[in-house]
Design a protein around this ligand. Structure first.
Ligand SMILES: [Zn+2]
Ligand SMILES: [Zn+2]
Length: 339
């Protein structure tokens, strides 16, 4: 039996360990993927820290996976060895529960799984995944390019395309980091009047280069007032993890405007009066399922949207993870296996 290298977390809050394991065989309905690249996402901290109940350790994190199918389990239709695929956050669903039957596969209560949390993910040379989690990766994208689009890209793209904003509407993206630098690009390419909002002036040139029509420095300007001068934002895509920053920007919403929360802040304050007087709303957005990932990749090829990445080899996963968690990475961090 041949071996593979994986980077595992031995227990909650444990260190990353580079270990050898047997290469797994795919079960019925699953495939084996020879992993080429895996992005590091802030949500990998759930596995690292044990933030979800019932995580079984040791666990291999990673849900921005790109690789080649190299073995197919029994009963698999529609997928074959040699296809290039990606696996994102949504790791599986049952297809028959009430939520699945209503098309809300992401909310499956029966077999809902998260890649790299419920089963081993992509910090590895090989992984196995159910076919329901697979997205086709177009050949125009390198594995490193496609990786971060599987979660950070998907989340921003899918939230924006389902936001109800129309071409020409003011859409503000709060934060120009790992999520925000993709959100600005997608919003601009979708034809929204894209306004980037961030602290300080240093991110303005980059935001404009990414396609922002306007930039607001929230340290020196009243960002809500600035948005109102433009008629208010139909959508504010909140990509930061600061509840205070989210709260401070709700006054920038247009009548019927929506703030979509993507950053997992602990809490935020909302003004019920502000919401009800203008039929405004604050909502969250679940990233998406595998077909949404596939749409994200296709749109990115078509429009030229790309993540800006720092690349590390698999064996330096611990250092790469710290780099991401420090907030200093510009802007996503991706592991490569050499495959
Ligand atoms: Zn993620
Ligand atoms: Zn279900």
């Amino acid at each position: 039996m041949s071996k593979m290298r994986v980077v595992q977390v031995p227990h909650p809050d444990g260190p990353f360990e580079l270990v050898e394991r047997e290469i797994p065989e795919p079960d019925s309905g699953w495939v084996r993927i020879k992993v080429q690249a895996c992005g590091i996402c802030h949500s990998d901290s759930i596995t690292k820290q044990g933030a979800f109940p019932d995580i079984q350790y040791p666990r291999v994190p990673g849900h921005e996976v790109v690789g080649i199918i190299d073995a197919v389990g029994p009963g698999v239709a529609g997928w074959a060895a040699g296809q290039r695929v990606g696996v994102g956050w949504n790791g599986d669903y049952c297809g028959y529960c009430v939520d699945c039957r209503r098309g809300n596969f992401f909310a499956c209560q029966v077999a809902g799984k998260v890649t790299g949390v419920s089963y081993d993910g992509g910090y590895a040379e090989y992984m196995v995944a159910p076919v329901r989690a697979l997205a086709l990766v177009p050949e125009e994208l390198s594995a490193v390019e496609a990786g971060p689009l599987m979660c950070a890209g998907l989340t921003t793209f899918n939230a924006l395309r389902n936001s109800g904003a129309r071409p020409g509407d003011v859409v503000a993206v709060l934060g120009v980091g790992g999520l925000g630098h993709l959100g600005v690009q997608f919003a601009a390419k979708m034809g929204f009047k894209t306004v980037a909002v961030a602290r300080g002036s240093d991110k303005e040139p980059l935001a404009r280069q990414l396609g922002a029509w306007h930039y607001i420095d929230s340290q020196t300007q009243d960002a809500s007032a600035e948005l109102q001068k433009m008629g208010g934002a139909s959508v504010i895509l909140a990509t930061v993890t600061s509840g205070d920053a989210m709260s401070a920007l709700q006054g920038g919403l247009a009548v019927r405007g929506t703030m979509i929360l993507l950053g997992a802040a602990e809490s935020m304050e909302v003004s019920p009066l502000l919401l009800l007087m203008g039929s405004r709303s604050v909502k969250g957005w679940y990233s998406g399922t595998s077909i949404d990932s596939q749409d994200t990749l296709a749109f990115s090829v078509m429009s030229g949207v790309r993540s800006m990445n720092e690349v590390f080899p698999l064996e330096r996963a611990a250092e790469a993870y710290e780099r991401m968690m420090s907030g200093k990475a510009r802007f996503r961090v991706v592991l490569t296996t050499g495959n």
